[in-house]
Design a binder for this molecule. Structure first.
Ligand code: PBE
Length: 267
């Protein structure tokens, strides 16, 4: 009802995720740029802790504001909504792009081509993320590949097999990127690649690819979420274009909350 003061109920706090996330930087910037958020707290923690806090609040039908994103199974599990954020600190629609180190095209042309071809829909990624709640990410990715071999065949079409060439993918700890990295690994393995995978923070993704320490990554959320990291290394890596379109990040609340915009919050 109209008597609930949402700002007071959430204790002037946005429940955030890992310090290294793109969204964490964006949320810190949000608190600086909206005058009505002066004095608000951004509780950085982990995605797991954020999801527990969200689950707990929904259980009790309490107010909560989290930093959230799609694709993510939380939108299938709960009735949630993004709230408007007119200054677009969180951007609008995002795509996830594939970046590779310079020279990969020459050194591993078949891998380059496969990575260039990899493209899937938010529902595909979402289904791997959801399945990974009950099984390992390896099994969830394998199941998706088994059920979508025709999509994978499209990525591999006309590409010669290799004999155990090594390639290293870097990815981040979120389920979205764990899903894409493992699916990419399985596609590369089908053509004979030996794939190693290293998990790092978004910022390190760009550093690793720019320096040539790693070969490829399907991680960057663009144009805004990882845009700053991207700009810092622009020209030092090759961008193969989107592997997914229709992603989004922002402030997320349970749908029962009577709020439509970040501008309704009170200092
Ligand atoms: N995310 C999910 C990450 C990337 C993937 C949007 C929470 C972030 O860096 O903010």
């Amino acid at each position: 009802d109209g008597d609930v003061n949402i700002s007071e109920e959430v204790e002037y706090t946005i429940t955030g995720i890992e310090p290294g996330a793109g969204m964490t930087q964006q949320t810190n910037q949000l608190l600086e740029e909206y005058d009505n958020l002066a004095g608000w707290n951004h509780q950085e923690s982990s995605t797991a802790a954020m999801l527990i806090a969200l689950d707990d609040a929904i259980e009790k039908e309490e107010e909560i504001i989290v930093t959230g994103w799609i694709p993510h199974y939380k939108f299938a599990k709960y009735d949630l909504k993004f709230i408007e954020e007119p200054k677009e600190i969180y951007g609008g629609e995002e795509y996830i792009t594939t970046i590779v180190r310079k020279g990969l095209k020459n050194d591993l042309p078949e891998a380059y081509e496969i990575l260039d071809n990899i493209y899937w829909e938010p529902e595909d990624m979402g289904s791997v993320m959801l399945a990974a709640q009950d099984k390992s990410i390896e099994d969830a990715a394998q199941d998706w590949v088994n059920e979508n071999q025709d999509t994978v065949d499209g990525w591999l079409e006309g590409i010669d097999a290799v004999d155990g060439q090594e390639i290293e993918l870097v990815y981040t700890p979120w389920d979205s990127e764990r899903s894409s990295a493992h699916v990419a690994r399985l596609a590369l393995e089908q053509k004979g690649f030996e794939v190693s995978m290293t998990q790092v923070d978004p910022q390190i993704i760009f550093q690793a690819i720019a320096s040539g320490d790693a070969d490829a990554s399907l991680v960057p959320w663009m144009p805004v979420t990882h845009g700053e990291f991207y700009k810092n290394y622009e020209g030092e890596f090759e961008d193969l274009g989107p592997n997914l379109e229709g992603a989004r990040v922002g402030l997320v609340v349970p749908s029962y909350m009577d709020i439509e915009s970040v501008e309704e919050l009170e200092p």
